[in-house]
Design a protein around this ligand. Sequence first.
Ligand code: FES
Ligand SMILES: [Fe+2]
Length: 336
Amino acid sequence: MSSPSAAADPTALRACWHPVSFSAAVAGAPVAVDLLGERLVVWRDSSGAANVHSDLCIHRGTALSLGRIEGDELICPYHAWRYEKGGACVAIPQLAEPTKVPAKARIQRFASQERYGLVWVALDEPRWELPALPELDSPAWELVFCGPYTWLAESSRQVENFTDFGHFPWVHPGLLGDPERPVVPEHTVRTEEHVLHYEIVRPEAPNSGDFPVFANETSELPLRRSRYELHLPYTIALRLGWGGEEGMVYLFTSQPAGPERSIGYVVTGRNYNLEQPASVLQDFEDVIFGQDQVVVESQRPEIVPFDLADELHLKFDAVAVAYRRAMRGQGLAPQT
Ligand code: FES
Ligand SMILES: [Fe+2]
C-alpha cells in the first residue's frame, strides 16, 4: 500500500459508531466481521439482541464465529467453552466441575446497537450519536436496502466518492449526470462540529427507462434538491426532494474493515413508488456502485490524503476540502 502523508487515525476511529452488517444478515449463526483491522463476531441471543465480541477464543485463539449459539451462550467450535453475552466464560467441559471457570477466561465485548436495519459497533466509548433519520422509522416511508458493496479502498475514499459532484456526467452518464452539463452547481459547506452540511439544486438526468427510481416523471428535466449531512467519519444522510411531497432519504455508511477494504451499505426510505419492487432500486444502485468501484479502486493512495497540500483541489471540490479539514480538526486524521 502506498502511504499518504496523513492517513485516517485508527485509534481515534475506534471511538465512533461504524456499521458492520445489515441486521437481517445476523440470524441463527454467529457472523464474522472486520472493523478497523479487528476480527469481531456478531451473534443474537435468545432475546433477539445482537452481541459483539472479539472473534478470538481466550483458550487457543480459535474463531468463535465458527462455533454455535445455544440460548444466551456462544460456544467455541474447538473445545466447546461457553461464553455469555457479557463475555465471561461460564463453562469449560474439560473440567470435572465445568462451571468452576478461572476469572481470566473471558472475551472482549464491544458496544453495539441496531438502527436503520444495520448493526453498529464502537470499539471504544463513542464520541457522537448516530444521525437522526426519523423518516426511516416512519411507517409512511418504505425502506429498501442496497449492498453491501465491498471495495478495495479505505472508507474515506468510498465516502468522498459519494460526496463528489464532478464525476456524475462521466462515471454515471444518463443515470446521475449528463456530459452536456458538466459544470458543478454552486454549493457551500457549513461544518458544525463533526457534521458537514451542504446542498445542491440541479436539473437532473431524466429517469432512464431501465431504472425509473426518482419521483420526477411529471415534467421535463425537473429540479432535484439534494440536502446532505456528512457525519464524520463515514456516514452520509442525503434527503432528495423535487419541490413536492415526494421525498427520498438515503443513508450511506461505510464500514472501515481495514486499511484497504471498505464495505458500503445503503438504506433508502421513500414515500412514493411504494408498490415498486425493491429490486428496481437495488439494481440501479448495483450499477452505480459498480461504475464507481472501478474508478475508486484505482486511486492511490488507497486512503484519502488528508493533508490539503496533497492532490489538487478546485472550487467545486469544496466538500472534499471541508471533509479533509474536518477529519483533521476532529482528530480523526493526524495533524502533520
Ligand atoms: S480454543 Fe476455544 S475452547 Fe479451546
Ligand atoms: Fe458515483
